[in-house]
Design a protein around this ligand. Structure first.
Ligand code: C2E
Ligand code: MG
Ligand code: MG
Length: 749
């Protein structure tokens, strides 16, 4: 054993030259070192060691440098290098970002990459699994930042637990302060014990470890280092390969303290036995040539693994995992390439921003698995109608972008957009369910609308937004005025919130009439906004914005309470003894079971009996039907509240739900009522809905009755109730009181 130590010390001493030589005289070089074994081991009070140190020492001997080591934390060292307080930093990973700050050696010391390890009990296998987890990271390491960036790109944001060294990263995992942690693979090879933790499939950020000098320093230092490191790498017997062998092979506990090697080296240096030992060493080196060959093969395998990892990262970076289409980055690269190919030519290009309508409903109602299957099939359909040289990418969520080249006139883009919409017209089978999907498409043209990637995309997005606002399942070209409308919509949210605070909302009431007798049996509360600038604003102008932002939940609660309070007040005055109040609720109010609570609260606060309240829910509630919504409906019913399905016939309904759910009434949408009895198709729909309601034991209420022909037709065909301008427009509370009084006096409307 002692002989082996002696032998290794002498080998080290002979191959790297006399350490004494390096300390006396020579060019002073301040070298920054931070603990990052086995590249650098910087323990306080002990001279630094490691692969990078062995190499710098060998170089110092060749060049006659006098090295002073400056140990510090990694962050501080980077700052010191910036200020020129150190001449060289060892073991620094190359990145483009850092290359702007520092000069890097041409020669690299070793290839490396980041790996994520996890505790045996946590379930993290791939990048998306990191979402919401605690991940230990070494402060200032390029791998740490790379992992954060990567996770953001893939919506896998985690909580970083910062520590100072890689050893602390492992400790944090073992002590369960973190669910996983990132270290470099060289460190991992030596220090990760398979009993303690498990390697996940996450490898990332392949890098090369270099030496760096301050940005404006004399490049001579790095040139000398490059020259010497290249020479060391060319010689299989050099200190470089010896160091790799020594550090990459030795398990940490078999390493002897550095002071011992120095001491023995010094002692050995005094011995005249040197020559004899050199002989022995020669033998030793020869024997190790075979070993070095094995090492070289190993390095080769590592390089191949690195290339595979790089390819995997490329796939992750430029493609969408679900549809295998290029992602946002892939799109950008393709568009930049296509635009530069068009430079100077007359050719045009169209950018089509495609956004699926109602994907959220499908995700909420049928689960994310169904949403994913739908997206995959949509991707295939869209792709199938594009030509080979067009480009389709997925931006995430329900957004796709197509780049269509070779456009001569606007009509060409129109044709493609029509084909894309048609491709979605047939229902899509998801397991046993058939889903109808549609999309909103915004089109921007190059060079007509814009010439940069960013602006083209922004304009196509704006046009898409307008297409969606106009009801979806359509395409629109970009016009400059659209930008103004988007800005307007963005400010609408703020204005609505202020309106709620400033009490600018009010309710109008429209009578619901029993058609046979003409008697008012109920009132529908309809929301109005008294905007100081625009006057009375109808719900069509703001409800969908309030739904998008979620403000509808508070707004809906306000409506419930104000409506219930008003009806209760009228009841107390003896004006509305037998009337019910219908209040419209948005499907968003069901989220978190909140609707039941708000209804109970409104009834309790105002004193209105539950039987007097009717909630109007649009058909779209079928799309979000899950256990929570179903149990809310059941609870409302058991409280005594009545439920009706609003705008029936315009959206998606399911017969089986209709039978099961506790509804009292169907409201026939005004779009069907408008053209009866002249238009045969609509007349047929209305009679069918009336038969359906009867079959299911539900009341029917016709909306939008404007003519006496419509009134008569509906009454004759068994529709019991109706509302519309013919009987009364929606009116403010005080006007409605007058109407109720007149009814009382005359016995009808
Ligand atoms: P809705 O629930 O179907 O309400 C009926 C709409 O038809 C009302 O429009 C009403 O003014 C209008 N209407 C009634 N009779 C006639 C008629 O004879 N001819 C025509 N052309 N229209 C008639 P309004 O007040 O503009 O409300 C539009 C929609 O906004 C409502 O449709 C409802 O879906 C929504 N809404 C209104 N108030 C609220 C609310 O408090 N909460 C929620 N979530 N939505 C509301
Ligand atoms: Mg309604
Ligand atoms: Mg309606």
């Amino acid at each position: 054993m002692v002989f082996r130590i002696l032998l290794q010390a002498c080998l080290f001493w002979l191959l790297s030259g006399s350490p004494a030589m390096a300390v006396q005289g020579g060019i002073p070089v301040r070298v920054g070192v931070a603990d990052n074994p086995p590249i650098v081991t910087a323990t306080p009070g002990v001279p630094p060691q490691g692969i990078a140190i062995d190499v710098i020492r060998a170089v110092a001997n060749r060049e006659g440098w006098r090295i002073t080591y400056v140990p510090d934390s990694w962050d501080n060292l980077l700052a010191r290098l910036d200020k020129g307080e150190i001449d060289l930093l060892v073991g620094i990973a190359y990145s483009d970002e850092r290359a702007k700050r520092f000069q890097f050696s041409q020669q690299s010391l070793i290839g490396n990459w980041g790996m994520v390890f996890r505790h045996a009990q946590s379930h993290i296998e791939s990048l998306p699994d990191l979402k919401g987890k605690r991940v230990a990271l070494m402060r200032g390491s390029t791998h740490s930042q790379a992992l954060i960036d990567l996770s953001k790109q893939f919506d896998a944001g985690f909580t970083p637990v910062y520590v100072d060294t890689y050893a602390d990263v492992l400790r944090a995992i073992i002590e369960r302060r973190a669910d996983a942690g990132a270290v470099n693979r060289v460190f991992a090879a030596l220090h990760v014990h398979p009993n303690d933790m498990v390697a996940t499939g996450i490898v990332f950020n392949p890098i090369f470890v270099h030496y760096a000098a301050p940005k404006h320093a004399d490049p001579a230092l790095l040139h000398a280092l490059d020259r010497d490191l290249a020479a060391l790498k060319a010689d299989p017997g050099s200190a470089y390969y010896e160091s790799l062998r020594r550090w990459l092979e030795a398990a940490p506990e078999t390493r002897y303290p550095s002071w011992l090697s120095w001491a023995v080296a010094a002692v050995a240096g005094l011995f005249v036995l040197a020559l004899a030992i050199v002989g022995l060493l020669r033998y030793q080196v020869k024997r190790q040539t075979g070993e070095l060959q094995r090492r070289a093969d190993l390095l080769q395998t590592e390089i191949q693994q690195r290339e595979a990892a790089q390819q995997h990262l490329n796939q992750l970076a430029y493609f969408d995992g679900l549809t295998q289409l290029p992602n946002r980055e892939g799109f950008r690269t393709a568009l930049e390439r296509m635009l530069s190919a068009l430079q100077g030519s007359e050719a045009r290009l169209a950018l089509l921003f495609i956004d699926l309508d109602r994907l959220k409903n499908i995700n909420d109602g049928l689960g994310h698995g169904a949403g994913d299957l739908l997206l995959q099939q949509v991707a295939q359909r869209l792709q199938s109608v594009l030509r080979a040289h067009d480009h389709l990418s997925r931006f995430g969520g329900d957004e796709f972008v197509a780049i269509v080249s070779d456009i001569d006139v606007q009509a060409d883009a129109e044709l493609v957009a029509t084909r894309l919409l048609n491709s979605l017209a047939m229902p899509i089978d998801i397991g046993a369910t058939q889903i109808y999907s549609s999309a909103s498409i915004g089109i921007a043209l190059y060079p007509d609308d814009a010439s940069s990637v960013e602006t083209l995309l922004k304009h196509a997005d704006t046009a898409m937004y307008q297409a969606k606002e106009q009801g979806g399942n359509r395409f629109l070209f970009y016009h400059a005025q659209q930008t103004a409308r988007v800005v307007e919509r963005l400010t609408l949210d703020t204005r609505l919130r202020q309106a709620l605070e400033r009490d600018e909302f009010l309710l109008h009431y429209q009578p619901i009439v029993e058609l046979e007798s003409g008697r008012i049996v109920g009132l529908e509360a309809l929301l109005r906004w008294n905007d100081p600038d625009q006057g009375l604003v109808l719900p069509g102008a703001f409800i969908s914005a309030a739904e998008d932002t979620g403000l509808i939940v508070q707004l809906g609660e306000w409506v419930l309470e104000a409506g219930c309070a008003q009806l209760h007040a009228w009841q107390k005055q003896g004006r509305a003894a037998e009337l019910t109040l219908a209040v419209n609720v948005s499907t968003r109010q069901f989220e978190g079971g909140r609707l039941v609570k708000s209804v109970a609260q409104a009834l309790a606060r105002t004193g209105l009996a539950a039987e007097c309240l009717e909630l109007e829910i649009t058909e779209n509630v079928m799309l979000i039907m899950n256990d929570e919504v179903r149990s809310s409906l059941d609870k409302l019913r058991s409280m005594g509240v009545r439920l009706s399905l609003d705008d029936f016939g315009t959206g998606y309904s399911s017969l089986s739900y209709l039978k099961q759910l506790p509804f009292h009434a169907l409201k026939i949408d005004q779009s069907f009522v408008r053209r009866i009895p002249d238009q045969a198709g609509d007349t047929q729909i209305v009679t069918t809905i009336l038969a359906l309601a009867k079959g299911l034991g539900l009341e029917a209420i016709a909306e939008g009755i404007e003519t006496s022909q419509q009134y008569d037709f509906l009454r004759e065909n068994g529709c019991e109730f109706g509302q519309g301008y013919l009987m009364s427009r929606p009116q403010a509370a005080d006007q409605l009181v007058a109407l109720l009084e007149r009814q009382r006096a005359s016995g009808s409307v």
